[in-house]
Each structure stands twice: as structure tokens, then as C-alpha cells.
Design a binder for this molecule. Structure first.
Ligand SMILES: Cc1cc2nc3c(=O)[nH]c(=O)nc-3n(C[C@H](O)[C@H](O)[C@H](O)COP(=O)(O)OP(=O)(O)OC[C@H]3O[C@@H](n4cnc5c(N)ncnc54)[C@H](O)[C@@H]3O)c2cc1C
Ligand SMILES: *[C@@H]1O[C@H](CO)[C@@H](O)[C@H](O)[C@H]1NC(C)=O
Ligand SMILES: *[C@@H]1O[C@H](CO)[C@@H](O)[C@H](O)[C@H]1NC(C)=O
Ligand SMILES: *[C@@H]1O[C@H](CO)[C@@H](O)[C@H](O)[C@H]1NC(C)=O
Ligand SMILES: *[C@@H]1O[C@H](CO)[C@@H](O)[C@H](O)[C@H]1NC(C)=O
Ligand SMILES: *[C@@H]1O[C@H](CO)[C@@H](O)[C@H](O)[C@H]1NC(C)=O
Length: 551
């Protein structure tokens, strides 16, 4: 391949950073570089480069924005590239280094903080929307999935080939496999089969030098890092090879709801005592929302016990009577269906819709949102739960959504260092705290964000400590960010240990090896300890980091 050698790219990039130039210059030179890049493909790159003056630019940018909180961002990409082939990505990576552009990589666009399409520096978005081929190989229960494919597309393609195979990924169909698998990825099959990332067996990534690497070529360290460490720090992931898992031809779903007046708090209390110990084929999560009571119209909190069981209702009922009788589940609450129908049902809460609904990529009319995550290791005492429920009665709690997802089962059997995702045994459940609103403007946003920040500090005594753990796929910039233009080990370890615990240091080591100059960076990217920001000396810090590795 006619790739420019790495050292000359670096030399040019360094030279460039010394000369000042306007961003208009930058992006013109960058686009020129893309157009003249020697492609290993007959498919021209000129068809997939969108500058801000292009009439399709905004619709391409907006299409995958899944949190409208960032639709108004003033810092938009100078260029969007929607690659059709690998060499379009290689060209973008190399030309970006030559011309001082940063890269943001977008697959499904669900990043909670918009990091896949917002940045404060001149940048290009590599949007993988055109790379979404899925090859299901039923002969050996595997599939190759391009990173731009969504979960819904993946589940749909599996179901075309088999009614007894599935995959343990997330629930929401528009989520992209690129971001989702690289941060972990969980859904209703987690207690039986672990995370999506636990079931990845090979991958293709393009590194900072533009090389396309599979598992063998990238080596086990990098392959480890991209299964849970967040992809965006290491390169552009093009495709995953995954292991499909068996599912029965019939599964059972139910949604049983209780208001506070119907003893919801008591049932949640009992749920906390059993949720992570139930049969691993049974997952019952709890969704908390505010509703108006049907009796008197006054606001109350509704707890929805949302569940999927890998088996028929006749096995489920006795299991529930034995393990969780307090919910009072009866046969009439339950619906038997195929696994793929349950995927659609749990996502959209509808039945009878054609499965093609799983292929729709755009969730229209989305609310603004801000979310956070927590891990619960000891049952939250009733008084703690009461205080949490009180937040729903504030104005900002009107459309809030809090979800408890039980761990246990397979999650207890996988070691904390198997992949970078460290949240394994000892957790009863995981919380997704989310506030949603529709009022426009900064003032409203600030009010809702303050609400969830208060709720988060209220929860501190009841959740994991040292560190207060968080799930990287529920990205939250409040827990710490890298400084602009400079990624310090010490500063990154504040958020890094929350997401990755002791795996953070290994992630830093891998990053330092594969991207020593820290080209792939964002507000929460893994630091390279050799990286030097503009004019700052980091000797002491590097020593500290090295010492941390040795232990
Ligand atoms: C409505 C909604 C429902 C969700 N449901 C679930 C759920 O059920 N279970 C669960 O575990 N999570 C869930 N999530 C969280 C989701 O897993 C993460 O937001 C995930 O990172 C999204 O991936 P994406 O490709 O859609 O997002 P993007 O915004 O495209 O990417 C997220 C991050 O990954 C990076 N990235 C994306 N693609 C690549 C690539 N090809 N190579 C390298 N880096 C890449 C991006 O740069 C960014 O930093 C949900 C999120 C939302 C908004
Ligand atoms: C282009 O890439 C393909 C596979 O990636 C390879 O087989 C082929 O030899 C390459 N062609 C050139 C001209 O480099
Ligand atoms: C916009 O960009 C696309 C893709 O590069 C190109 O095909 C199209 O001609 C451009 N349109 C305009 C009006 O510049
Ligand atoms: C899996 O099956 C496909 C054919 O669908 C084949 O190309 C591939 O080599 C098989 N892989 C293994 C590991 O057997
Ligand atoms: C609940 O009642 C309030 C006040 O009467 C009303 O504004 C709101 O729209 C109602 N919410 C729902 C979900 O019906
Ligand atoms: C987005 O910008 C428009 C126009 O400037 C403004 O009216 C609107 O309030 C903004 N929305 C948000 C969420 O800030």
C-alpha cells in the first residue's frame, strides 16, 4: 500500500502545529489531501466528503445525533467523511495528522455527551453509517458485523438465519455496535451470557499509522483494550467478529407496574434482596417514572418490573413463586414469544409491529437528556430509597427515568481483568439515572442538569465507593475530563479508575504503545504517558504513572 511512512507523517504534523493558520486553510488543505490521497480502491473518496458548505452537511450531521442537547453545539466538524471502504478511513487518519485536524469517530451517535460529533478543536467526523454489513455464519455460530451497523440490524440479521441464536447486547435498536461493543454493552441476556464485549472474538481496527489490523495483527493487548476500554482512544474499529449465543425458541416477557400506593417501595426492597440471585435465565429490571395516579390525578412514582425469561411461562411462574413471590406475578401478566419478538417488545413495548422496525435508524422527536450511572453493592435501605423517590416530585423530575439493572449470574464468573470493563461480582445492580426535558435553551438545560447532579450526590452513601464506579457507555463528563489539548495521566485517572478500576493502568500502557503521540483523543480518552502537550513538562507525572504500572 502506498501509505506515507509514519515518521514523515509525524514530522509534518509537528511542523504544521508550529505554523499558525486559520481553520479555513486547515480544512481546505485537509480536503485537498483527501482528494489526492492514493487510494487502494476504485471507489472515489470525493463522493463521501461533506464540508460545511455542502447542502447535505447538516442532514448528515444531524441524522445520528441521539441527544438533541448537542444539536445546537457551535463546535461542529469542519468536514464529515462517510467512508465506503477501508481506504477512505486510512486517508482521513493520515491527512488529519498532516493538517492538524482532530478526529471524532461516530457509529450510532448515542454517546451521552456527544463526544462522537462535538469537539472544541478543528475536527473531522468519520461517520461509519455506510459501513454496516453483517455476515451471519450460521455454520459456526459467528458473525462479522461492521461497526456502523446498529444493534437492531444485527438482531434482525441473526433472526433471518436462525430462531435459536441471539446476541447479548443492548436493548435499544438504534445503538451502534461501534461504540456499544467497545464500551461493554449489556441487555436482557447479560445474566446468562455476559456483555456484548465478552462475546467478541475478533475485530478489525485501523490504527494511527493507517494500518488495518485484525486480532492476530493487533495483538492481544490491543484486542483486550477495545473490548470495553472505549474504542475512540485506539483507532477506528471497522468490524467485530462475534460469537452468537443459544436462545430457546420461546421466551417469556412481562411488565408488571406498581405505584407507590400499590406498595412499590416494599416490592423494590424485596427485589434488591433477590434480583442478582435469580436463575440466570431470568432478568427483572426496575424502571422508575413519574405518573399521575389514576385514582386522584396526583403525581406518584410508578415502578415497572420489566422482564425477560429464557423459557416458557409454565417454568417461569413456579420460579417466581419460589424466588420473588412479593411481585405476585400471574400467568396473565406474561407473554410468550420468540426471542427476536422479545427484542422488539422490550425496545418499543409493542407487539405485532413488523420486525423491520428494528432496522429504523433514527429515533425522531427525542428529548434532551443528561444521565449518570452507579453500582449498588448493598441493598439501598428503605430510607435511602424514599429520598430517591422524592426527587421525582420536583418539577424537573417530571420526565426523569431511573433504571435498575440486576447483575449476578454470568457476570460473577468473569474476572475483573478479563476485559477492561471491571464491574463484575459483588454488584447487586447497576443504576442508569436519567433526566429528560423538552424546553429549549441553556437556562432549562442547566436546571435539569442541576437536578440530576443533586440526585447523584444524594445517592453517594448508597452506592459503590473508592472508586464510585461508573459505566463508560453511560458517559458522564462530570466525573472528570482531560484538559484541553493535553491529556495528563493523573487527571485522567480520576475518571479512568471509575470506569475501569485497576484496568485503567493497562489501558494506558496499551495506548502508549499503539498511539504514543496521542492522536486519538477526546475529553475522556485514555492518556498516552509519553504524550506531551503544548509546552508542559510531565516528567514527574510520567514517573508516577510508571511506578503505578509496576505495582
Ligand atoms: C437511547 C439509548 C439507549 C441505550 N441503551 C443501552 C443498553 O441497553 N445497553 C447498554 O449497554 N448501553 C446502552 N446505551 C449506551 C450505549 O451503549 C453507548 O452510548 C454507546 O457508546 C453508543 O454507541 P454508538 O456507536 O451508538 O455511539 P457513538 O456516539 O457513535 O459512539 C460512542 C463512543 O464510541 C466511539 N466510537 C464509536 N464508533 C467507534 C468505532 N467504530 N471505532 C472507535 N470508536 C468508536 C465514539 O467516538 C464515542 O466516543 C444506550 C444509549 C442511548 C442513548
Ligand atoms: C488493496 O487491498 C486489498 C485487501 O485489503 C489487497 O488484497 C490488495 O492487494 C490491495 N491493493 C493495492 C493496490 O494495494
Ligand atoms: C456534497 O457532498 C457530496 C459527497 O461528497 C457530493 O456528492 C455532492 O456533490 C456535494 N454537494 C454539493 C452541493 O456540494
Ligand atoms: C465459519 O463459517 C464460514 C462459512 O460460513 C467459513 O468461511 C469460516 O471459515 C468458518 N470459520 C470457522 C472458524 O470454522
Ligand atoms: C399530570 O398532571 C399534570 C397536572 O395536572 C399535567 O400537567 C400532566 O400533563 C399530567 N401528566 C400526564 C403524564 O398525564
Ligand atoms: C438552539 O438554537 C436556537 C436558535 O438559536 C434557540 O432558539 C434554541 O433555544 C436553542 N436550543 C437549545 C437547546 O439551546
Amino acid at each position: 500500500m502506498a501509505l506515507t511512512s509514519y515518521s514523515s507523517v509525524v514530522a509534518i504534523a509537528l511542523l504544521f502545529s508550529l505554523t499558525s493558520s486559520s481553520s479555513a486553510d486547515t480544512h481546505e488543505k485537509f480536503v485537498h489531501c483527501l482528494y489526492s490521497y492514493p487510494l487502494n480502491s476504485t471507489i472515489s473518496i470525493t463522493e463521501v466528503v461533506y464540508t460545511q458548505t455542502n447542502s447535505s452537511y447538516l442532514s448528515i450531521l444531524d441524522f445520528s445525533i441521539q441527544n438533541p442537547r448537542f444539536s445546537n453545539a457551535s463546535s461542529k466538524p469542519l468536514v464529515i467523511v462517510t467512508p465506503l471502504v477501508v481506504s477512505h478511513i486510512q486517508a482521513t487518519i493520515i491527512c488529519s495528522q498532516r493538517h492538524g485536524m482532530h478526529i471524532r469517530i461516530r457509529s450510532g451517535g448515542h454517546d451521552y455527551e456527544g463526544l462522537s460529533y462535538v469537539a472544541k478543536v478543528p475536527f473531522v467526523v468519520i461517520d461509519l453509517i455506510n459501513l454496516r454489513e453483517i455476515k451471519v455464519q450460521i455454520e459456526n455460530n459467528t458473525a462479522w458485523v461492521q461497526a456502523g451497523a446498529t444493534l437492531g440490524e444485527l438482531y434482525y440479521r441473526i433472526s433471518e438465519k436462525s430462531t435459536t441464536l441471539g446476541f447479548p447486547g443492548g436493548v435499544w435498536p438504534t445503538v451502534g455496535t461501534g461504540g456499544h461493543f467497545s464500551g461493554g454493552g449489556y441487555g436482557f441476556l447479560m445474566r446468562k451470557y455476559g456483555l456484548a464485549a465478552d462475546n467478541v472474538i475478533d475485530a478489525q481496527i485501523i490504527d494511527v499509522k493507517g494500518n488495518l489490523l485484525d486480532r492476530e495483527a493487533m495483538g492481544e493487548d490491543l484486542f483486550w483494550a477495545i473490548r470495553g476500554g472505549g474504542g475512540a482512544s485506539f483507532g477506528v474499529i471497522v468490524a467485530w467478529k462475534i460469537k452468537l449465543v443459544p436462545v430457546p425458541s420461546i421466551v417469556t416477557v412481562f411488565n408488571v407496574a406498581r405505584t407507590l400506593e400499590q406498595n412499590a417501595a416494599k416490592v423494590i426492597h424485596e427485589w434488591q434482596l433477590v434480583a442478582n440471585k435469580l436463575d440466570e435465565g431470568l432478568t427483572i429490571r426496575v424502571n422508575l417514572v413519574r405518573v399521575n395516579s389514576s385514582k386522584n390525578g396526583n403525581p406518584t412514582v410508578l415502578a415497572i418490573f420489566e422482564s425477560m425469561y429464557l423459557g416458557g411461562v409454565d417454568q417461569l411462574i413456579p420460579l417466581m413463586q419460589k424466588s420473588f413471590p412479593q411481585l405476585g406475578l400471574v400467568k396473565e401478566d406474561c407473554i410468550e414469544m420468540s426471542w427476536i419478538d422479545s427484542v422488539l417488545y422490550t425496545a418499543k413495548c409493542t407487539r405485532g409491529q413488523p420486525l423491520e422496525a428494528l432496522l429504523h435508524r433514527n429515533g425522531n422527536d427525542l428529548p434532551f437528556f443528561k444521565a449518570k450511572s452507579d453500582y449498588v453493592r448493598d441493598p439501598i435501605p428503605d430510607v435511602g430509597l424514599q429520598g430517591l423517590l422524592r426527587f421525582f416530585y420536583e418539577d424537573e423530575g417530571q420526565d426523569a427515568f431511573i433504571q435498575f439493572t440486576p447483575y449476578g449470574g454470568k457476570m460473577n464468573e468473569i474476572s475483573e481483568s478479563e476485559i477492561p470493563f471491571p464491574h463484575r461480582s459483588g454488584n447487586i445492580f447497576h443504576i442508569n439515572h436519567m433526566v429528560r426535558w423538552r424546553e429549549e435553551g441553556d437556562e432549562a438545560a442547566q436546571r435539569y442538569i442541576n437536578w440530576i447532579r443533586r440526585l447523584y450526590s444524594y445517592m453517594e452513601p448508597y452506592v459503590s465507593k473508592s472508586p464510585r464506579a461508573a459505566y463508560v457507555n453511560y458517559r458522564d463528563l462530570d466525573i472528570g475530563v482531560n484538559s484541553d489539548g493535553y491529556t495528563s495521566y493523573r487527571q485522567a485517572s480520576i475518571w479512568g479508575h471509575k470506569y475501569f478500576k485497576n484496568n485503567f493502568n493497562r489501558l494506558v500502557r496499551v495506548k502508549t504503545k499503539v498511539d504514543p503521540l496521542n492522536f486519538f483523543k477526546n475529553e475522556q480518552s485514555i492518556p498516552s504517558i509519553k504524550s506531551k502537550g503544548k509546552g508542559r513538562n510531565t516528567k514527574v507525572e510520567i514517573l508516577g504513572a510508571v511506578n503505578a504500572f509496576i505495582k
